[in-house]
Design a protein around this ligand. Sequence first.
Ligand code: PMP
Length: 355
Amino acid sequence: MSRFQSERLSTLTPYTPGEQPRDMQYVKLNTNESPFPPSERAQRLAAEAAGRLQLYSDPTCRTLVDKLAEVYGVDPDEVIVTNGSDEVLDFAFQAFCDKDTPAVFADVTYGFYPVFAARNGIPFETIPLGDDFSIDIADYFGADKTIFIANPNAPTGLALSRDEIEQILINNPDNVVVIDEAYVDFGGESCVPLIGQYDNLLVTQTFSKSRSLAGGRLGFGIGNRSLIADLHTIRYSTNPYNVNSMTAAAGYGVLCDEGYTRANCQAIMENRAWTTLELAKRGFELTESKTNFIFAKHPGIDGGRLYAELKARGVLVRHFTADRIRDYNRITVGKREQMERLLQAIDEILTRCPQ
Ligand code: PMP
């Protein structure tokens, strides 16, 4: 910390992203990236856009926004694109929360929410998940706060149905409800079809997982046009060029290849089912994941230890140290051969390590 740091920053604990180590080639199952490359069209369009980088990007991202609107069956003015969905979430904290309207979210959920709140000087409350990590929707009725729900939730993998989210919307008519659907393409039920009925609903999604563009940094929000207009006010007051032209081109390209995306999601869901069974055979306890990751603990080995033993064997998973989830590891579902490597390492650990 420098001697010039503002008072505001002195108490801020930043978000800790997953490791991206360069020391060796890991089986990388720690940051929920796709194991598949971006579609060929996405790669080609991004390369072509690189040849025009002397120009600023289009601040309206018109071609990409129109394509998103077409794919999701909404109007272009009901869509905003951002630098990863982290950015649209940050904008939502700024646009829809303040001292009088705090934020509320689960105690076990995406770790960036409390950071966005803190950095924007927004008070927040957390609502504990049940012992089985489930959300009791009644806990959110009449919350009188801006609600953030990751659905499916991370790192638990559990999902609420669209009907359950609708109950939360009905019971909070005067507050914004943000549904973070970063993982929805792996078996969840999207709330996008509800945006016409509820002017307090903002849905956020990302190209980082199902669409293989984590490094491109592309996210989006879909909601009532007045909510989207509020987010644009923040965007134009922050960085109108928040999505660079190569990423916008790649995003458009991958949206033209929805068949590729759906086939990749299908492969991930099949590998998830297979790995879940294999882990259960080995004594793991798992949540019912609707995402591209598995959340698992083993009664015989501490979560932190399993993480370290796997890393020593070249397999990287994510371990969180928060009290309620320290026994667990979050394991990204990759290609079948990656999951086989994971299981080989686990077998070795379970037989060799005294428990
Ligand atoms: N929401 C959730 C629940 C996530 O896990 C992530 C990924 N870290 C994000 C949002 C943000 O993803 P991105 O900024 O890559 O779109």
